[in-house]
Design a protein around this ligand. Structure first.
Ligand code: SAM
Length: 208
């Protein structure tokens, strides 16, 4: 068995273990597929020295896709709340700057890491487990740290589309960014997933 297969198995085992221990924090039934990871990471810019921040790195599949695209001299940080996943990422990916913490504290966490702005922010956070104020707060943090011309991408599984919290999140994307697009739908994922990409933050808006 190849080293890559063994490491993918380790990622999945660690991730499933964390889901069993803390399903409401993980918000998934399986890690993202490589196809989803590649689509989410397609917003990584090709500029030398780019800074890319991932939110909710989990088992690390999207971290790997970001690394594959990141130009030389770039900086890659992964913000993760779950302690088991933080340990797993640090053990399995010594090249990754793992920031243990809540995406809701993003600007403060990045400031502490010496990062002023991110050229891309890539999320697979469980948005529909967040209440409306929390969704808005995290999106405001993303728009605060995004560099001019930067892009935000986020993975959403199709299973959440019937729920009000998804539509609340979708509306907040439109209220937070001037441009919001569907980057694509990936059927080869459990469950199938959408990736949204957004750019040009509109500035902090009232909640009205
Ligand atoms: C749906 S999983 C995605 C994991 C992985 N990136 C993937 O695509 O397979 C969501 C991840 O976000 C993390 N998470 C949940 N709430 C978070 C928060 N407020 N801040 C940072 N990470 C969070 C979870 O611990 C979990 O690892």
């Amino acid at each position: 068995m190849s080293a890559e297969t063994l490491s993918a198995e380790g990622d999945t085992r660690s991730f499933l273990g964390a889901i069993i221990r803390n399903p409401y924090q993980l918000g998934a039934i399986a890690p993202s597929s490589k196809a989803v990871a590649r689509l989410a990471a397609s917003v990584v810019p090709d500029t030398k020295g780019a800074v890319v921040v991932e939110l909710g790195a989990g088992g690390g599949v999207i971290s790997d896709a970001i690394r594959d695209r990141l130009p030389q001299g770039g900086r890659q940080l992964a913000v993760e709340l779950n302690g088991d996943m933080v340990r797993h990422l640090r053990r399995s990916r010594p090249w990754l700057e793992v920031v243990a913490g809540d995406a809701g504290d993003l600007s403060q966490l990045l400031r502490r890491a010496g990062v002023a702005r991110a050229d891309a922010v890539i999320s697979s956070l469980p948005w529909t487990l967040f209440h409306g104020d929390q969704q808005k707060h995290v999106l405001d943090e993303v728009s605060t740290v995004l560099a001019p011309g930067g892009t935000f991408s986020t993975v959403i599984t199709l299973t959440v589309v019937p729920f009000r919290r998804f539509w609340r999140f979708r509306e907040l994307l439109d209220r937070t960014f001037a441009t919001v697009d569907t980057a694509g739908t990936v059927w080869l994922n459990v469950p199938p997933a959408l990736v949204f990409s957004a750019s040009t933050p509109l500035g902090t808006q009232g909640d009205g």
